[in-house]
Write a protein that binds this ligand. Structure first.
Ligand code: PLP
Length: 361
C-alpha cells in the first residue's frame, strides 16, 4: 500500500498551528460563561413551539430564501426596507461568508484587540491577513492608530462589535463614523448585544454605502436555534449570497423563530430583566475590595481581580462557570468575564466571589 499522507503533509500550516475553539463542559454548573439568556420561554409559547416542531415539514429542505422569516425579522428588528438582508447559521457563519468572499491574496481583515475572537480566527480560516489594533487602556478606540492602520493596510473589511465583546463597552459613535469615512473597504458593525444597549448604528445604514450591520438572536434568547443576520446594500449582499450555502437556516429554526418573533415582547422583557440584574451586580461588585469593574452595555460584566486564574478555578470548583480572560491579551491581565444570569445565579456568584476575595486578600 502507498504511504498515506500525514495531516502535516496536506493541512495548511496556519491551521495546524490553531487550537480548536474550546467550549468547557458545563453540565450541572451555574453557567455564566457564554452570554446566554438564562430565562426559558413562557409555557404557552413552549407549547406552540412543540406543536409547530411536530408538524414542521422536516422531510423537505428549508426555504432557501427564508422569505417569511426575513419579513418577520425586518418587522421585529426595524430593518429598513431599502436594505437587503442575509441570514446565517448564527452570525459566526456570516463572518465566515464575508471573509471567504473578500479573501483575495494579501487582503486584510482589520479589527481591534481585544475583540470577539472569531474575527481573528475566521480571518485565519479564510486565508485573510488579520490586523488587530489595540484599544486604549479604558477600552475605547484608539482612533489615531485606527486611521493610521487603515491608511497603511487598506483593509478589505473592518469588524467592530458595538458593544464590544469581551469588554462590554460601546465605542464612541463619532470615532466609528470617522473609521467608516476613512476606509475604502466595508465596515461591519456587529450588534450582537444590541438588546442590552441603548444605542445602534442602524440609523446610519442609509448614509454610508460601505456600512453593514450584523445582529444575532443568540444573546436575546435563541442561542440554540443559530440565527444571525446582516443588513446592508444589495451590491454587497448579492455577492455574499453566492457563497451562502442554500439551506444554512434549518426548517425548525425558520419556523420556531417566526413564532418567537410574534412574541418579541417576551424576549425584550427578558432583556430588561437582564439589564436590571446587570445594575444590581455592578452595584454589588463595586462595593467589593480588591476588584476593578468595567462599565457594561452588554449582558456580561468584565472585572479585574488580583489573581484571576485562581479565582476562576475556585469559582469553578464551587460549580460556577465564568470566563477567564487572563493571558488572552495584555489589556485583559487578571480579567474575568461573567454573564448576567438569573437573580439566584447572580446572587450565588456574588456571594461565592465575595468569600473568595475575603480569603485571598
Ligand atoms: C456571541 C457573539 C457573536 C456570535 O453570535 P452567533 O450568532 O451565536 O454566532 C457574534 N459577535 C459577537 C461580538 C459575539 O459576542
Amino acid at each position: 500500500m502507498n504511504r498515506v499522507y500525514h495531516p502535516t503533509d496536506i493541512i495548511r500550516p496556519e491551521i495546524l498551528e490553531l487550537k480548536a475553539y474550546h467550549v468547557p463542559p458545563a453540565t450541572g454548573m451555574i453557567k455564566l460563561d457564554a452570554m446566554e439568556n438564562p430565562y426559558t420561554l413562557p409555557q404557552n409559547l413552549q407549547h406552540d413551539i412543540a406543536h409547530l416542531a411536530g408538524t414542521a415539514p422536516i422531510n423537505r429542505y428549508p426555504d432557501p430564501n427564508a422569505a417569511d422569516l426575513k419579513s418577520a425579522l425586518r418587522k421585529a428588528l426595524g430593518i429598513p426596507e431599502s436594505m437587503a438582508l442575509m441570514l446565517g447559521n448564527g452570525s459566526d457563519e456570516i463572518i465566515q461568508i464575508i471573509a471567504m468572499a473578500t479573501a483575495k491574496p494579501g487582503a486584510v481583515l482589520l479589527s481591534v484587540e481585544p475583540a470577539f475572537v472569531m474575527f481573528r480566527m475566521i480571518a485565519t480560516f479564510a486565508n485573510l491577513q488579520y490586523v488587530g489594533i489595540p484599544l486604549k487602556k479604558d477600552f475605547s478606540l484608539d482612533i489615531d492608530a485606527m486611521l493610521d492602520a487603515i491608511a497603511e493596510h487598506k483593509p478589505a473589511i473592518i469588524f467592530l462589535a458595538y458593544p464590544n465583546n469581551p469588554t462590554g463597552n460601546l465605542f464612541d459613535k463619532k470615532d466609528i463614523l470617522k473609521i467608516i469615512e476613512a476606509t475604502p473597504g466595508i465596515v461591519v458593525i456587529d450588534e450582537a448585544y444590541h438588546a442590552f444597549a441603548d444605542a445602534s448604528m442602524i440609523g446610519e445604514l442609509a448614509n454610508y454605502p460601505n456600512l453593514l450591520l450584523m445582529r444575532t438572536l443568540s444573546k436575546l434568547g435563541l442561542a440554540g436555534l443559530r440565527l444571525g443576520l446582516i443588513a446592508g446594500r444589495s451590491i454587497w449582499l448579492n455577492e455574499f449570497e453566492k457563497i451562502r450555502l442554500p439551506y444554512n437556516v434549518s426548517v425548525l429554526t425558520q419556523h420556531i423563530t417566526q413564532i418567537v418573533l410574534h412574541h418579541m415582547d417576551v424576549l425584550l422583557a427578558q432583556a430588561e430583566q437582564i439589564k436590571t440584574e446587570r445594575s444590581r451586580m455592578i452595584t454589588q461588585l463595586s462595593a467589593m475590595n480588591g476588584l476593578e469593574i468595567f462599565p457594561s452595555d452588554a449582558n456580561f460584566i468584565l472585572f479585574r481581580v488580583n489573581n484571576a486564574t485562581k479565582i476562576f478555578q475556585m469559582l469553578k470548583d464551587k460549580g460556577i462557570l465564568i470566563k477567564n480572560l487572563d493571558s488572552s491579551h495584555t489589556l485583559l491581565d487578571n480579567c474575568l468575564r461573567v454573564t448576567v444570569g438569573t437573580f439566584d445565579e447572580n446572587t450565588q456568584f456574588i456571594a461565592a466571589l465575595q468569600n473568595l476575595l475575603n480569603d485571598n486578600n
